[in-house]
Design a protein around this ligand. Structure first.
Ligand code: C2O
Ligand code: CU
Length: 492
């Protein structure tokens, strides 16, 4: 951790005070980067992991490569795992050992992060923190156990590669689950720009050059603040030409074929880089059953929000007909569409915006955890503060007063119950994601690994420090993360 630990305690304290007063980041020298911090360290090859007696091994190969994709009438040059985005599903059962070989056919470094999985630290996939980058042309093997069932995904932790086509679902089945449904549908949402004349690297460069599209955060600390539309206000920086579901634009949507009365478990994954969606299936009610993999008290709703990096599972009982599954980008123009078909008839188009989106849209953080998902009650052994800082003009994002690499990691000790008070001191929404752990919102006990904070919102989370290592803690807006809105949770 060369970069973070070089910061003196005194300077850290001074930085916090500055931020508490004005929410201004500590300078823009030595911009932090998810790809370059600590890059002088060499991590070598992780120790091999042998299966335990009787343990099932799931093997897979991923080939990050430059390819051409058809989004549905629009062809784009992009990077993907193989020849499709989303890439190949990886599926295992809780307790299995995963062995995934990454064969990097890109002309660039890459890495793979297993988002939401409570895995061993060396397999977490963060260059400069848990491994060396996987060089162009190189192979790298990830070996780890998957302890918890649920809906997850994986993506690079290198630059803004997530905003290309490099993502795919990871489903961990529960061998003990009753599975009260007849069919399953994995729905991966994305905002798409790569290969349309602009790459994600161009987008990041434009943003840092001050060409942000969302108008900055003018009123910050100067009288009246315009929070923007409820509940997330200014929720994104980037204008996307396309929004896709399972890699398809609304002009040629992906279709789920079922039969009337069928109970379908829909696993929704938001793989977007800069977009919160509201999701509805026209004419249907969702029974939301899981949040970030963990069970909740089933909640009925016509629509729900999903932030970048979040996952929600819901059961629907299919009607008779043809229905739009609609993902509407929050406070942006456009829509993603997929189709559910249980009968003949014309497919709905993007103009068929479900009325459910005009009703109450569920906020994931309002869900109630299932009994089985609760953390045991315990007084925190340690309380930590995490402030989210930054603004659009100039484009600077950080945590605890500085960009990643200049901010101080949060330090915990193995075995502690840790409480983190997160304060969003910015005028944007941020989905905050912690690697290697699942936390509980103290407001309800809801278990999550990614939680959305609205502008100026505060949230307190509890977690058990039971997985030693150095873990990324960052905003899942990939442009914010890459601009420095990241820190580490380290075991001292
Ligand atoms: Cu999907 Cu570090 O994140
Ligand atoms: Cu953010």
């Amino acid at each position: 951790m060369a970069a973070p630990s070089s910061l003196s305690r005194r300077r850290f304290l001074a930085g916090s005070l500055t931020v508490a007063g004005t929410a201004v980041l500590a300078g823009c020298t030595g911009r932090g980067s998810a790809t370059t911090a600590g890059s002088s360290t060499s991590f070598g090859t992780p120790p091999p992991l042998a299966p335990k007696p009787g343990q099932n091994v799931v093997a897979a190969t991923l080939t990050p490569t430059a390819t051409t994709l058809d989004l549905g009438g629009t062809t784009v040059s992009t990077w993907a795992y193989g020849d499709a985005a989303p890439g190949p599903l990886i599926r295992a059962s809780a307790g299995d050992l995963l062995r995934v070989t990454v064969d990097n056919q890109l002309s660039s470094d890459t890495s793979v992060h297993w988002h939401g999985i409570r895995l061993r630290n060396v397999a977490d996939g963060v260059p400069g923190v848990t491994q060396d980058p996987i060089a162009a042309g190189a192979q790298y093997m990830y070996e780890f156990e998957v302890p918890d069932p649920g809906t997850y995904f994986f993506h690079p932790h290198t630059g803004v590669q997530l905003d290309r086509g490099l993502y795919a679902p990871l489903i961990i089945d529960d061998p003990a689950e009753p599975g009260q449904y007849d069919a399953e549908w994995i729905v991966v949402l994305d905002d798409w720009i790569d290969g349309t004349g602009t790459s994600p690297d161009d987008v990041l460069q434009d943003l840092t050059n001050g060409a942000g599209t969302s108008g900055g955060m003018g009123g910050m600390g100067h009288g009246s603040m315009n929070m923007g539309p409820a509940p997330f206000g200014d929720a994104g920086d980037v204008t996307y030409p396309y929004y896709v579901i399972n890699g398809r634009n609304h002009t040629a949507p992906s279709v789920f074929e079922g039969s009337p009365g069928q109970r379908v478990r829909i696993r929704v994954i938001n793989a977007a880089s800069d977009t919160i969606f509201a999701v509805a299936l026209g004419g249907h009610t969702f029974q939301v059953t899981h949040s970030d993999g963990f069970p909740v008290e089933p909640a009925q709703t016509g629509a729900f929000y999903i932030g970048m990096g979040e996952r929600y599972d819901a059961i629907v009982t299919l009607g008779d007909g043809v229905f739009p599954l609609y993902a509407e980008p929050f406070n942006k123009t456009g829509a993603a569409l997929a189709v559910v078909r249980t009968a003949a008839g014309d497919a709905p188009t993007v103009s068929a915006r479900p009325g459910e989106l005009s009703g109450d849209v569920l906020l994931g953080s309002d869900l109630t955890p299932a009994e089985s998902a609760l953390l045991p009650t315990q007084t925190p052994d340690r309380e930590l503060d995490l402030s989210l800082n930054g603004q659009m003009q100039p484009y600077q994002w950080g945590m605890n007063g500085a960009v990643f690499g200049e901010n101080e990691p949060l330090i915990v000790a193995e075995g502690e119950r840790v409480r983190i008070r997160i304060v969003n001191m910015t005028m944007m929404a941020h989905p905050i994601h912690l690697h290697g752990h699942t936390f509980a919102l103290t407001s309800s006990g809801l278990r999550k690994d990614t939680v959305l904070l609205a502008p100026m919102e505060s949230r307190t989370i509890d977690l058990d420090a039971d997985n030693a290592g150095d873990w990324a803690l960052h905003c899942h807006n990939i442009y914010h993360a890459e601009a420095g809105m990241m820190t580490l949770l380290n075991y001292g």
